[in-house]
Design a binder for this molecule. Structure first.
Ligand code: G
Ligand code: MN
Length: 303
């Protein structure tokens, strides 16, 4: 509902504002109603601007892919890289992915953003051992990111092979249309792509999703990692996930490893791979290449 003259003195404006109230009413309630508020207009404007900026960023190729190492907790080697999208906005600085990914998803731009990031040449961890295949993570951008790695012992960027790619999925993706989603995941798997469940433990029913698809890897959400030294419940949860992983034949990675204490507790619970500020934050390609060259398959923290 929009009321004259406060919400508009001409039919056009009045109808436009009533429309915004309608939009809100539909979004918030079934069979309800809303009065127009000027704040709705501001929100719609801000959202429209964000959408236009996103479109421009995509066209001008402004997005950057940063990389964060996934590290073996036993040897300290970098095993793979998670690719995370970053948006350096020309006026507003770095826009957090949580601010723009939902809009990118709603507008469908996410597909293009994901593709352009996957196509970006990616650095390759150099493991020294032939058997350790570098792999990077292209994820569904549920909170950001994308891209890849490939080839044995190459320090330069390359286009990823399918089996060098790992996709991180959050369970929200499996919430609806799950037949289509699982079919797509199986098709990707058939190409050789590895599939991880991200942010494990934070949703409503992560466990049941483990039966809907045979995941290659579970990533323990950082909320169970950041206080692991002080919280015996977190320790028990990590222990249970590690044991679940070994029973189901699924690899386990701990996210958000920030301190030596986190690391020690994770090791004590049998966790063999981790990722977090203790090792490295996500960094631009050049910095990550330097880090990999310096590391050369040795212990991350000794490098
Ligand atoms: O779990 P998810 O993949 O959605 O989280 C990725 C985000 O977590 C990235 O924005 C990344 O910068 C951030 N991140 C990576 N390592 C750490 C860490 O050790 N601590 C915290 N708090 N955040 C981290
Ligand atoms: Mn993650």
């Amino acid at each position: 509902m929009a009321l004259a003259p406060g919400d508009g003195e001409d039919p056009d404006r009045l109808l436009k504002n009533a429309d915004m109230a309608l939009y809100r009413a539909k979004a918030e309630s079934k069979g309800g109603f809303r009065f127009f508020e000027s704040e709705m207009d501001a929100r719609v404007q801000a959202r429209r601007r964000l959408e236009m900026d996103l479109r421009a960023a995509l066209k001008d190729e402004i997005f950057e892919v940063h990389y964060q190492p996934l590290v073996s907790l036993t040897t300290g080697e970098v095993r793979s890289l998670e690719a995370l999208i970053r948006w350096p906005h020309p006026e507003h600085g770095m826009i957090p992915p949580s601010d723009f990914i939902p809009v990118a998803e709603e507008t469908g731009m996410i597909a293009q953003i994901g593709l352009s990031c996957c196509a970006a040449p990616a650095p390759t961890p150099r493991n020294g051992r032939r058997t350790s295949r570098s792999r990077s993570i292209c994820r569904r951008c549920s909170s950001e990111r994308q891209s890849a790695a490939s080839g044995p012992g190459r320090a330069e960027g390359r286009r990823p092979a399918a089996d060098a790619l790992e996709l991180e999925i959050t369970e929200t993706l499996l919430l609806d249309k799950s037949d289509l989603v699982t079919a797509t995941l199986h098709a990707l798997r058939a190409l050789g792509v590895h599939i991880s469940m991200d942010d494990f433990g934070t949703g409503y029913s992560s466990l049941s999703y483990l039966r809907s698809f045979p995941f290659d890897k579970i990533k323990i959400d950082r909320s169970f990692v950041h206080d692991i030294g002080a919280n015996i419940d977190s320790q028990a949860i990590v222990r249970a996930i590690v044991s679940l992983g070994s029973s189901l034949g699924i690899k386990i990675t701990a996210e958000g490893v920030e301190t030596e204490s986190d690391l020690a507790y994770l090791k004590a619970e049998g966790c063999t791979e981790g990722q977090g500020y203790l090792f490295s934050k996500a960094q631009p390609q050049k910095a990550i290449l330097a880090l990999l060259a310096n590391q050369r398959g040795k212990d991350m923290r000794a490098a």
